[in-house]
Design a protein around this ligand. Structure first.
Ligand SMILES: *Cc1c(COP(=O)(O)O)cnc(C)c1O
Ligand SMILES: [Zn+2]
Length: 421
């Protein structure tokens, strides 16, 4: 499964900052840094093994207000190209007292990742993938996507002056199609669901040697970008890890990497050792991981997705088993909610905090509500909800739920009548 990047040989050494090697999550086998994603021994997923330099709170705090403040903890060149004011990350962490009161959680925060350049957390992972792909010798950025990754990949490639190829299921939300196409990428709407598109991308990654599929052949690098969510939450809380973090699950990568980030911060001495729990959130119409959690098994059985939460609609999640491990190890939980609950979650967050999230955020809020009610979330423990995408991307999800109270003649009499004044 070795894929040597164009113009390089297997023995090339790369400047990928603190990244020391690729290591197999299944068998522990180590290989040199390269554009590989599957273990040559057992085909298990590869991830980055590090040799971290001395990092302090002060050295991080002196950095830019973007994910690059953590570059010494990421697999990117030490001279990573930066675009101040356009780089993702360092989004706001909002104390959410009104939402907390509604959910019955005493101390609640919302990590609002709608503020990224293309309005979802995917800008983080794409930025790291692009930086690594450039160092590995690629010249084209590509991805299969459920939508947000398409937006982020097309925009990042445009900014870098790279060609990009984006594959999406043809059924995607209109906004996500337009928000990708506008960047003049080679956007291909494919028949089938995300899992079909992902299979196609894996095939193409072997045929097109100079294409970096961010979440396929450079996935080990890409996935590390999600750690920045965990680093930021801890830093923004005053360098401590929240007792409970609720995280939406698509492939499961984000959840496992936030957990990894918390562990790294503790082992690097950047935060005090503390017990914490991570919780996974899915939609009932695509709930392979929460189903396995509920059934107490390690086997994540693939599903055919049918939910309005299309950004999370991965029926065969690559990191499912690792999510189960992480959540069970810390004593967290994984649940799922119906599409109606997702819509209610979007509206609850908007009504209480003035934050408009896409369906994935509705999934997180609604699952948090459910887990407080079931006693799985402790209402007295500090809790952070990850809100990972913007509501403007999924207007269709709520278009039949909200709208004007009335259409009236432009007279004060009509206003008084309608509002009962
Ligand atoms: C992709 C995505 C996620 C989760 O992604 P993972 O594949 O689990 O890392 C969460 N929220 C939004 C809005 C996304 O687009
Ligand atoms: Zn292996």
């Amino acid at each position: 499964m070795t894929m040597t990047a164009p113009g390089t040989t297997a023995s090339t050494t790369y400047d990928l900052g603190p990244a020391a090697a690729l290591s197999c999550r299944a068998c522990g086998h180590r290989t040199a840094l390269a554009a590989e994603f599957a273990c040559p021994q057992c085909f298990g997923p590869l991830e980055i093994a590090y040799d971290f330099p001395k990092v302090t709170r002060e050295s991080i705090e002196r950095g830019p207000k973007s994910i690059w403040r953590y570059k010494d903890l990421l697999p990117v060149p030490s001279t990573v190209e930066q675009h101040p004011n356009m780089d993702p990350g360092f989004t706001r962490l909002v104390k959410a007292d009104r939402l907390g009161a509604e959910l019955g959680i005493r101390n609640l925060w919302v990590k609002d990742d709608t503020g990224n350049p293309t309005h979802s957390f995917k800008d983080r992972v794409v930025a790291v993938a692009l930086a690594a792909a450039r160092e590995l010798g690629f010249t084209v950025l590509a991805c299969p996507s459920t939508g947000n990754l398409a937006n982020a990949t097309a925009a990042a490639a445009a900014r870098a002056g790279w060609r990009s190829v984006v594959l999406v299921p043809a059924s995607l939300e209109r906004a996500k199609i337009l928000m990708t196409a506008v960047y003049d990428t080679e956007l291909l709407a494919c028949e089938g669901n995300y899992d079909d598109v992902n299979r196609l991308a894996t095939e193409l990654a072997f045929e097109q040697e100079d294409w970096a599929f961010v979440n396929v052949n450079v996935r080990p690098y890409y996935a590390e970008g999600s750690k920045t969510l965990g680093y930021e939450v801890a830093e923004q809380l005053g360098w401590r890890i929240p007792a409970q973090t609720v995280i939406p699950i698509a492939s499961g990568s984000q959840l496992t990497k936030v957990d990894k980030a918390y562990g790294e911060l503790m082992s690097l001495g950047l935060v005090d050792e503390a017990e914490y729990k991570v919780f996974g959130a899915q939609a009932a119409g695509c709930s392979p991981v929460s189903t396995a959690f509920r059934e107490g098994t390690d086997v994540v059985r693939p599903q055919k997705p049918d939910t309005i939460a299309r950004s999370l609609a991965i029926g065969n999640p690559a990191d499912g088993p690792y999510v189960l491990d992480a959540v069970r190890r810390c004593g967290g939980a994984i649940t799922d909610v119906t599409d109606d609950e997702v819509r209610d979650g979007i509206r609850l967050l908007a009504r209480t905090e003035g934050i408009f999230s896409e369906t994935a955020g509705g999934v997180t809020v609604a699952n948090a509500k459910k887990m407080v009610e079931s006693g799985q979330l402790d209402p007295d423990a500090d809790t952070v909800l990850l809100i990972t995408g913007d509501g403007l991307k999924t207007l269709d999800a709520i278009e039949h739920q909200v709208g004007p109270k009335a259409t009236i003649p432009a007279t004060s009499k009509a206003v008084r009548e309608v509002l009962g004044l």
